[in-house]
Design a protein around this ligand. Sequence first.
Ligand SMILES: [Mn+2]
Length: 447
Amino acid sequence: MDEQALFRAHVATARADVEAALEASRAAGRAFDGVVFHAGTDHLFHDDDQHVPFRPVFHFARFAPQPGPHHLLVVEPGKTPRLVRVVPRDFWYEPPATIDHPFMDVLDVEDVGSADEAQKAVGARSTFAYVGNDASVAAALGIAETAVQPDELMHALDWRRGFKTDYEVACVRRAAERSAPGFAAVRAGFEAGASERELHAAYLAATEMLENDCPYGTIIGYDTHAAVLHYQSKVIAKPAPGRVLLIDAGAVFQGYASDVTRTWMRPGGHAAFGELIDGIDALELELLERCTPGQSYIELHRAAHRRVAELLGGIGVLKVSADEALEKKLTLPFFPHGLGHHLGLQVHDVGGRQAGPDGSIHEPPPDFPSLRTTRPVEAGHVLTIEPGLYFIPMLLEPVRNGDDSGAVDWALVDELTPYGGIRIEDDVHVTADGPVNLTRSLIPGHR
Ligand SMILES: [Mn+2]
């Protein structure tokens, strides 16, 4: 299918989702004639005239990947969605690019010169709900505060965003295609001994992205930096010794993100660490293959902990059985984050903890408070699978000094701690016919 047809079908689904959300709201006693989606108001840094990097309101971006703030989109059942696009005449900044995208043909698009003009063009909408980041814009449209992101409507919209259209899946894959040369450049730089900062620059150059185009700050860390889960510094110094590199990076296509992590070790590193990399890689691919409709994501997370216990037992870091390790929660300090998350317009996409479209929440089990995804896996979901295994002194300290200290070979832990940690992540599209790995064929593993 061509892009135009894909996008047309996508907008049909997005419109149906809005209609279903309006119906859910009506059933809850809060009826609206439609929804005004706002691209959002941008912000300045405190007491400054510089703008905080702008990201559109994601429910807006689902209809139109139009950069820039202030645009308004009116969605009403039975009518073509109307986009009032703000293209200011400005000599300080370049106006947001009028991009080449099929939304120009699928939506009813009208250009105006300012946020005020956009509000005038949309007119009074007192019977509508407002979705956006600026209640004053809602007020200017005559929309009551109680109709600003009303709960029932938002729960239903968030839930439905979990089911990706073919267009959305294609965008995630295109984002991954865009990131692939970045991974190749970083791999080559790692082999040549480049610094973290040089690797980051190489990633941006190879993906043709500016810093603010990245869906999230790239994580590029050598050795112990790989054990800082959201490591951000990217030091200038050449790596010493630079035995291990962890890169967690994505790209964006039409607003949709990819999110992939690889961990590489130089030849001649600790054989036990190499075994752990192999083990986490095999685990990741195996769990990804289990992403079928009806699968409990929480069970996948539990399975990951069991394998982490087995891997640590296999190399001798843990001196107790996997059962005992799990019972004593000894894997938690080694694998302290969740197995993954929904992926789409947001890197950590909405709705991962929803139990249904009605606002009920599926809390993570008490053992795993960081788990972002508790919602059962369904066809249409796009998820990440990203098991990890780290040597984080701060988390291991209490075990070392606690009652279960004897269950761990601390000499071996001390040998492996300089290697930092491992995380391996791919993106999966769940279909009725099974999982599709969207990223592994584009971005090779660790070998
Ligand atoms: Mn991720």
